[in-house]
Design a binder for this molecule. Structure first.
Ligand code: SF4
Length: 704
């Protein structure tokens, strides 16, 4: 072969929800270099440490390269036949709700679409849930309650156009680094712009904050209820917008007004003067964006927190206008794409509602499917409970590692161990979850697979393969389509992801006529060549038209997706003041991400550079707590909850609030023994969204 010169491929970073464009260059000798794509609107050439280290994570060490049954190499036909026969037999004997898929925000939209179609439209159960449940399902529920649709109203550029950016439950600097870079650059150029960070910890994001509110865990509802009451009292309500485009304002205000300032101070742990400073800033600044992330979502009251924030933006009409709006920052690269195909147990497809008879009928007719799931399925925590108690007898896990990432992780591992039939599709041979697979299927990894992802601002981008497919690895959509065909279902004759994307686009437009927000119908006849060349676009932009200003935002003129086209305020009841701690478990554990690792480190753990930033798991403790417990800096410390124990190194720092402990979520048994922090997190969930509460866990700490 003669050298052909370096080959460039435009693709998308596989990590966080910012969705940065990446240019991967493969040289003649196979070496890969990575740089940011200057033409991608999300990052304009920027990358963070994780994105720029992607080349160090794509080797084949540890890869699963061929299908395996009971740990022994098998052929694809044998493995797929076994999966199809076992799922069919379980469904025949116990009904469709005896099987389940647990999928992932790492899947591409095309994979997600096939998984959702197979489970909801052909197996006839809605038992498909995703690790996105742990990430942003409270945002989905809050959007749907307020807007009648799961719509993110704004764009990243609003964060740069705002005069006040409120970051609540978001360590933007480490968790969405390129958005942080954009914000920091804007603030440097326009120092009068104000940044408020609401977080129990003084995180790195606070380095650009004008005001840091070290709020008590779960104090957010009281904070934003108080803000709504303050906005009303200071004549800051946009009554024209409220009366034309919303319903329920009076009830929401009445509920919010129940809390007096001293009560809010108690519930938030903030001083009255801090509260008033924040409220005055919000009141007097027209262009406000409130960004929120897992600190809001991962709570037993996460959906109410989201609606408390949305209430304040609706009341002031600060939504869908340049530099104004609430902004949910999703954690994963394709959490949004998963939402678009309905890959959650309580959603249908293309933002249609599983509770709606008309929507179910519409989707079933479109799919020409024999049945359609008639009710919501089991959400993640309940799904693994059902595995534990034997109701789920066949489980297919794709592209995720629940033995590390689920709350009550030891119980989840025990449940998977006892499940009669477990299929795992993954890129790695040996993870805490693949160890328990009866059938292990080799999937394509980043750089090998093809499809689309949607980032936090509704921008659909291509992930493109530029590496040879290793061993016998196959795309996840192909694996599911093959199993569907073997289960004798029609409608799965896909040859490439472009056909799946075209079908997904067609479904989004099917009998839509403006009833639903998600409509990418202009892509429904997309051919392979156009799909390969697809440039990032932000729905509802048209694929074929030039960029339209209208595509950037929703709701400036109302037109919400409830039947009366009005938004709903939610009258939020202040939760009882509860202190979950007790004498046995006197500290509050908060879990989260570090800058240079991703999820359970199966990829970022391969990079020496990324691992050098923080080499081992740690527990961040306030100096007073450490002194009271006799814990020395860098000494080993045991953390315990009623659900499990971990051993970590103490990091004593005044950045941590007194009484709180922070531990990163990433480390697993592969990288550090006894460091799976989610083993300590109880399976407590938000009653509306089903999202687990990973930020407010009572624990005990002791030095070793
Ligand atoms: Fe990747 Fe997120 Fe970093 Fe962008 S900000 S390079 S999407 S990890």
């Amino acid at each position: 072969l003669s050298p052909t010169g370096p080959k460039e491929t435009k693709t998308t970073c596989p990590y966080c929800g910012v969705g940065c464009g990446v240019i991967a260059t493969v040289s003649d000798n196979g070496a890969v270099t990575i740089k940011g794509d200057p033409e991608h609107p999300a990052n304009l050439g920027r990358l963070c440490s994780k994105g720029s280290a992607l080349a160090a994570t794509i080797d084949l060490d540890g890869r699963v390269l061929f299908p395996q049954i009971a740990g022994q190499k098998s052929g694809w036909d044998e493995a797929l036949d076994l999966v199809a026969q076992t799922f069919s037999a379980v469904i025949a004997e116990h009904g469709p709700d005896a099987v389940a898929f647990y999928v992932s925000g790492q899947l591409l939209t095309e994979d997600y679409y096939v998984a959702n179609k197979l489970m909801k439209g052909f197996i006839g159960s809605a038992n498909i849930d995703t690790n996105s449940r742990l990430c942003m399902s409270s945002s989905v529920a809050g959007h749907r309650r307020a807007f009648g649709s799961d719509t993110v109203p704004g764009s990243y550029e609003d964060i740069e156009l705002a005069d006040l950016v409120v970051l609540t439950g978001s360590n933007l600097a480490w968790c969405h680094p390129v958005i942080y870079q954009r914000l920091a650059a804007t603030k440097a150029a326009r120092p009068q712009m104000k940044v408020v960070v609401i977080d129990p910890r003084r995180t790195m994001t606070c380095d650009i904050a004008d005001l840091h509110l070290a709020i008590r865990p779960d104090g957010d509802i009281a904070l934003f209820m108080g803000l709504l009451a303050h906005l009303a009292a200071s004549n800051s309500i946009d009554h024209a917008y409220v009366s034309a485009h919303t319903a329920g304002y009076e009830e929401a205000l009445q509920a919010a007004a129940q809390l007096a300032l001293p009560d809010i101070a108690t519930r938030t742990g903030l001083s009255e003067s801090e509260l008033v400073t924040f409220y005055r800033l919000f009141e007097t600044t027209r262009k406000v964006v409130t960004c929120y992330s897992q600190g809001v979502n991962q709570s037993s009251s996460g959906t109410d927190k989201v609606n408390a924030i949305l209430n304040c933006h609706l009341a002031t009409g600060r939504i869908g206008r340049p530099g104004m709006g609430p902004f949910s920052l999703t954690g994963q690269p394709n959490a949004m794409g998963g939402r678009e195909v309905g890959g959650l147990a309580n959603m249908l497809a293309a933002h249609m509602a599983i509770e709606s008879v008309e929507d179910r009928d519409r989707v079933q007719r479109f799919w020409r499917s024999p049945m359609i799931a008639a009710r919501p399925g089991l959400k993640a925590v309940d799904m693994f409970r059902a595995v534990a108690d034997g109701r789920i007898k066949a489980l297919w896990i794709m592209a995720t590692n629940p033995v590390v990432s689920m709350p009550d992780a030891d119980a989840v591992e025990a449940a998977i161990k006892t499940c009669p039939f477990v299929v795992v599709s993954d890129v790695l041979q040996d993870t805490d979850t693949t160890r328990h697979a009866h059938v292990l299927l080799p999937s394509l990894g980043w750089g090998e697979k093809d499809g689309t992802v949607t980032n936090s601002e509704r921008r659909i981008s291509r992930q493109r393969g530029f590496l040879d497919r290793p061993g016998e690895a196959k795309a996840d959509w192909w694996q599911m389509a093959e199993v569907a065909r073997r289960m004798r279902y029609s409608g799965f004759d896909y040859h490439n992801p472009s056909e799946i994307f075209a079908e997904h686009a067609a479904l989004s437009a099917f009998e839509n006529e403006g009833r639903r927000d998600f409509d990418i119908g202009t892509c429904r006849n997309i051919d392979e060549r156009t799909y390969q060349a697809l440039r990032p676009f932000q729905w509802p932009a048209s694929l074929t038209e030039d960029y339209k200003e209208d595509s950037k935002r929703f709701f400036a003129k109302g037109d919400f997706y409830h039947p009366d086209r009005k938004a709903r305020f939610v009258a939020i009841k202040a939760p009882a003041v509860t202190d979950h701690t007790c004498s046995a478990y006197p500290l509050t554990l908060n879990t989260g991400r570090v800058r240079d690792h991703w999820h359970t480190m199966t990829r970022t753990g391969k990079s020496d550079r990324l691992s050098a930033h923080i080499a081992e798991p740690f527990a961040e403790i306030h100096p007073s707590d450490a002194a009271a417990l006799g814990i020395q800096d860098a000494a080993l410390v045991e953390l315990a909850s009623p659900h499990g124990k971990v051993i970590l190194r103490a990091l004593i720092t005044p950045r941590q609030a007194r009484g709180n402990i922070f531990v990163p979520m990433h480390w697993n048994d592969q990288f550090a023994s006894q460091a799976r922090i989610d083993a300590l997190v109880p399976p407590v969930t938000d009653p509306v969204s089903g999202q687990p509460a990973s930020k407010n866990v009572p624990v005990a700490a002791s030095g070793l």
